[in-house]
Design a protein around this ligand. Structure first.
Ligand code: SF4
Length: 439
């Protein structure tokens, strides 16, 4: 079916921060083509930027495609992007006739010509994994609020047995130091005060034998940039240099997201995590020695095939030993094409529910205790958005805690506040001074 080339677009991103970053780059690319951003209900092109990490996430795409049909029976041009596009490819267009474009996470820089072909009635697929091409073909960064994401590394070579990422994002590739520093400078020029460096294995970033700390120190020198963060890391890529950066790079925030998934070595082996519970805890000790007030975050999977009650309790003991400020936890979800999906001894859903509840109970207790320990402190908060209440502003502490204040301060201000109350997911503060780092 031919149709007029769309003049407006809407990007709907699901899943991880890297998908959010890709969604922002797609919007900038189409904006640079003269297309206008519009709401999902009004856009002439809707891009579903998908996540494939769990069963439910993948299925969500097809119900979203169905919802694009409008009251007058028409529908916008529909593109499926992201990890479901990469994993399912032509299956997407085989399964529904309502999709015009299927584009993988490494090929979205080709969107303008794909849209032109789809307007002529073609159903277009591009699932190439051409490495870093896309970055050189994307327009300069335009949009930013006080915080911004910056992808520095893509793909993964670890092949954890439950994970689709190596198949949907390809092998580990590092963007060049020069391109990253340029993009960081353009983000700061566009108003960013905090940059989060992103990668499926961000601490695997490497250039000429130099690691992520090399990049962090380069960003530290950019005037106007006030905060640096990075995510997601693998324990085996936590180098001495990166740990040292936590000790002496002032703009590097005291927060580390370091997934571990399980506290039992047999399960970690079956997951192909290539580390043990003990080696993980030793890394935590070294990081805490470098930065004693660091906030630790983790990822956990309960109910991995074959996990016994005793092995699950090892995970609870690791959590007690590590003491998290926050963490993400999920029930194991078999992903097509991953080794674990065909493993024996898949765990019953009710057992997974019970284990997840107990694990989250412990994590919530730790998170509340971390927030309560911050009470009475005077800290800096970067205001990111408005809250629901009159005059309410919400921002993040250096430890990535959500802090809300009622004050006449602006989004983007780095303010100083006294923390006066603490809950499991956020803290409340009273304003002490506005825009403390304004040059
Ligand atoms: S390290 Fe992370 S992204 Fe890579 S395979 Fe394992 S879970 Fe997936």
């Amino acid at each position: 079916m031919t149709r007029p080339a769309p003049k407006s677009f809407h990007v709907k991103s699901f899943g991880c921060q890297m998908n959010v970053y890709d969604g922002e780059r797609m919007a900038e690319l189409l904006g640079a083509q003269g297309m206008a951003a519009a709401s999902e209900a009004d856009a002439e092109l809707v891009i579903l930027n998908t996540c494939h990490i769990r069963e439910k996430a993948a299925e969500k795409v097809y119900s979203d495609i169905g919802r694009q049909r409008r009251e007058d029976g028409t529908r916008p041009m529909i593109a499926v992007a992201g990890c479901v596009a990469q994993a399912e490819g032509t299956e997407v267009t085989a399964r529904t006739k309502d999709v015009d474009i299927v584009v993988g996470p490494q090929a979205y820089h080709e969107l303008p010509q794909m849209i032109a072909r789809a307007a002529k009635g073609e159903r277009v697929h591009d699932l190439d994994l051409p490495g870093l091409d896309k970055f050189s073909k994307l327009p300069a960064r335009r949009k930013t609020g006080p915080t911004a994401f910056l992808t520095v590394q893509e793909g993964c070579d670890k092949f954890c047995t439950y994970c689709v990422v190596p198949y949907t994002r390809g092998g580990e590739i590092s963007r060049s130091y020069a391109a990253i520093v340029d993009e960081a400078k353009s983000l700061v020029d566009a108003g960013a005060k905090e940059i989060t460096l992103l990668g499926q294995n961000v601490n695997a970033w490497e250039e000429d034998g130099k690691g992520l700390e090399h990049l962090i120190r380069a960003l530290d020198a950019i005037s106007g940039l006030q905060r640096i963060r990075y995510t997601t890391s693998h324990p085996n890529d936590m180098t001495d240099g990166l740990i040292r950066a936590h000790a002496d790079v002032e703009k590097l925030m005291p927060f580390l997201h370091l997934p571990v998934q399980s506290g039992n070595d047999r399960v970690l082996k079956a997951m192909n995590r290539k580390h043990t519970a003990d080696s993980y805890l030793k890394i935590i000790d070294r990081v805490r020695a470098a930065r004693p007030d660091i906030a630790l975050s983790g990822d956990f999977i309960v109910g991995f095939p074959g996990e016994t009650e005793a092995e699950f309790e090892d995970t609870l003991r690791l959590i007690e030993a590590a003491n998290y400020a926050m963490a993400f936890s999920f029930k194991y979800s078999p992903r097509p094409g991953t080794p674990a999906a065909t493993m024996d001894a898949q765990i019953a859903p009710e057992v997974m529910d019970d284990r997840l509840q107990r694990l989250q109970g412990l994590l919530n207790t730790q998170q509340l205790a971390f927030n309560q320990a911050s009470l009475g402190k005077r800290i800096q908060v970067l205001l990111e958005r408005k809250g629901k209440l009159d005059g309410q502003k919400i921002g993040k502490s250096p430890w990535l805690q959500s802090v809300h204040i009622i004050a006449d301060a602006q989004i983007g201000d780095m303010v100083e506040v006294d923390l006066v109350s603490a809950g499991p997911n956020s803290l409340a503060g009273t304003l002490v001074s506005k825009d403390v780092n304004a040059a």
